[in-house]
Design a protein around this ligand. Sequence first.
Ligand SMILES: Cc1cc2nc3c(=O)[nH]c(=O)nc-3n(C[C@H](O)[C@H](O)[C@H](O)COP(=O)(O)OP(=O)(O)OC[C@H]3O[C@@H](n4cnc5c(N)ncnc54)[C@H](O)[C@@H]3O)c2cc1C
Length: 366
Amino acid sequence: MDIAIMGAGLSGLACAITLEKNGITPTIFEKRGKVGDRFVNGEVLLSIFSRPVHDCIASLSEDFGIYLKPTSNIQKMELFSKNEKVIIEGQLGFTNIRGREQDSFESQLKRQVHSRIHFHSEHTYEQLLSKYSHVVMATGDGNYAKETRNFREDLTVSIKGSTVEGTFDRYTVIAWLNYDIAPYGYCFLIPFSEKEATISIAIPDLPEIDQSINDLWDMFYTKVRDQLKQDLPITDQFQVTRYPIGICRSARIGNTFYVGNCFGSMMPFMGFGQYAALLSGVYAAYDLCGLGKYEELMEPLRQSYENSLVLRRAMEQLSNDGLDRIIRSLQGYWGEKLFQTKTINPLKVAGFLLRPYLKMKKGVTS
Ligand SMILES: Cc1cc2nc3c(=O)[nH]c(=O)nc-3n(C[C@H](O)[C@H](O)[C@H](O)COP(=O)(O)OP(=O)(O)OC[C@H]3O[C@@H](n4cnc5c(N)ncnc54)[C@H](O)[C@@H]3O)c2cc1C
């Protein structure tokens, strides 16, 4: 069995690590000149979205032998709607760095991989398939799956973000759900040290949104500076336009495995996808090692995606008044309970409760 992995990101490297642990050496093909050679940004792993697992960093090491050091744990989350605010406290998840930094998740994974990585690869999927018995597609987007009609695209999003300098509490993440600044989307401030943070805005590309992401970004940047009473000079910037979010109809076709965003690990609701990407890489490797069936192992992640899509569609029905009501309802005991309970899966519950309502209202969900 000869295995090619196309893409040395989270899912591709997690797959390689797991194959190696089971005695198989894959060959990895990476388009860029080195691992993580893209923009640098802070990302989060929120426990509320990884249920039933509460601590995904601990689970990755204990259950799968994948060792990742986050930048920090999250002890506080400040959530702002247009007129309301809620502070949730507790062990809520982790922050981490992505991109070319030494401590980025991709760099940390690379240090755990011994297989050869061919950088600056121009190999196409077809070329790899003709040379190798199995191909793991880990290119970080659904484009190849789309070409083979195996991808259901549900939305595209545009994201703009910056690294800013200032004074930050590395244990606190801030999020804004305010449609004046990010219509049907969200904004984040994710610190990756006491002195640097990523601030970003993400909006779905909907025809009813007539402001450009650049204008919205300017508004958001002004708001964050006013709110934090800091200048926040920009040291780096990134922009992602019309990024497709969707899911594969089949996680495996013949001897091709779709992992990470190639499968559909990125949640339509808030764009989280790191944990699912890592798990999908591990599960593809399990199948290749005869330790499980990929399609079956991916079923909970598929369900999670579909529930998250229900939440996204519900979010598109809301206005700022509705968001204010939601933030108000999270104030106090129930908000913290929701973020910390280990027994309830909020995505599953929300999917269950909202699906009939949305079907009745618009017939837009799957
Ligand atoms: C701006 C932004 C912010 C995000 N924030 C969060 C967050 O806070 N929390 C969270 O959980 N998720 C977040 N996500 C989602 C998360 O980053 C992704 O779901 C995750 O990285 C997907 O992993 P992957 O392995 O599929 O792709 P990646 O980790 O992106 O890896 C893909 C790799 O494939 C390579 N590649 C591409 N094309 C080819 C080719 N033709 N041949 C060879 N190699 C190729 C790329 O260079 C890259 O190295 C965010 C995404 C974006 C874009």
